[in-house]
Ligand binder design. Sequence first.
Ligand code: 5AD
Ligand code: SF4
Length: 471
Amino acid sequence: MEERAEMTQRFDISVGKLLGGDVGPLAAAPLTASPAKGTFFLETFGCQMNDHDSEKVAGLLLARGYRQVETPDAASLVLYNTCSIREKAAQKVFSRLGEYRTKQAAGQVIGVLGCVAQQEGEEIFERAPWVSLVCGSASYRKLPELLSQVEAGNQRVTGLDNDTDETFETEMTRRDNPWRAYLTIIEGCDKACSYCVVPYTRGPERSRASDSVLRELRQIAELGYSEVQFLGQTVNSYADPSPRKMTFSELLLAAADAPGMRRVRFTTSHPRDFTPDIVDAIDAQPKLCNHVHLPVQSGSTRVLREMQRTYSREEYLEKIELIRNAKRPISITTDVIVGFPGETDADFGETLSLLDTVKYDGLYGFKYSPRPNTPAQSMPDAIPEEEKSRRLTALQEKQREIQTGKLAEMTGQTFELLVSNKSRRENMWSGHTSCNRVVSFSAQQKELLGRYVDVRVTSAGPASLAGECIE
Ligand code: 5AD
Ligand code: SF4
């Protein structure tokens, strides 16, 4: 999934106040005046799948006549869409619930959505009795029904099935970004990485029918979006359930043909299912963005086996070779976990040497975090926290060196940017390249937001690029 912070920190996991155990004592806090009925506040944690789920939930609520407000205090319905990929992210929601309880107004309904909801289930009602809706990410298709129950005043409403074979599709989605639209093509995950909670929280893999995906894509294009990002935990494992049986690369090519669409990107790819036809499609169709996010997790075949990643270091490197042999340069980014149980210095050394071999354009590094219901949780030889931190620093340091060199190589080159941000500084803008790099640049034009412009890169820092518009 995509960066919402710096390249080395994928999720915003800074935790203000951690409430390790029960937040019950706060339940006695006084209630203040009630906010306007039919208003909602929605806060999202975690990855782009969550961001996009929240866009769909917001669409659903707007279609029911709700109005979105900027603060929890002003909302009659307060929703938290949560992430449980690592422990700190999961704790954050309990911290929010605790903080918020002291300010909660009379008659407000509080709901917990997403992966923590799926993972903790009804336990959330015990820890935070003022919550009245708990709905996991695999149960969103039931949300309209659950909302009706909430509106009827039901105090403990749950949607917690994760054995669904349906995907979450809505009539209306309220998209946050006016230029780039997310579109989920596959939900859940059928891989069984031993550290990962996703197969448990998001349920089994379900692909959307290709005609439904392409119909939504055309609607998106008609609304004026020119860039779409296909989403899935293992996006390239896409398997069209309709008789059309489109492959993933065929779907990409069909998407690029939609009138008005200028860029199609996709994330996250699983190395095992990364096939040559995907690279051929990128080569054949310039509208397919030249960026692949291909998480490796570890450079050691032994650790990869323990992680149940289903490929060896060598097999992964063969996929990299495929991408490197494309006719146009394709940027490659990755995820790495350090400190998996039993990871030796030598194993970690292999991860560092893999970075030297691949020379990634970007990397998200994570310290291993034991998760409930995962096989790795009970594995012996846990790595001490200080050692995990040391390894993460070493990993980031190496990536920084590599990335500094790669960014410096971009100086003097010209890239097409989709302009998505206007700086407070006069005549300064920023946008992203097809390879997903952000470049800030100067331009004399009055209005550039949403436009495509050519920018020559004039300077590079360790994590940033600057340039000038040459249009
Ligand atoms: N601990 C640390 N990192 C994890 N990830 C997934 N599960 C864990 C875990 N238990 C990382 C992987 C994955 C990314 C989304 O989060 O690197 O690719
Ligand atoms: Fe988790 Fe592995 Fe599935 Fe990715 S492929 S979501 S890491 S189980």
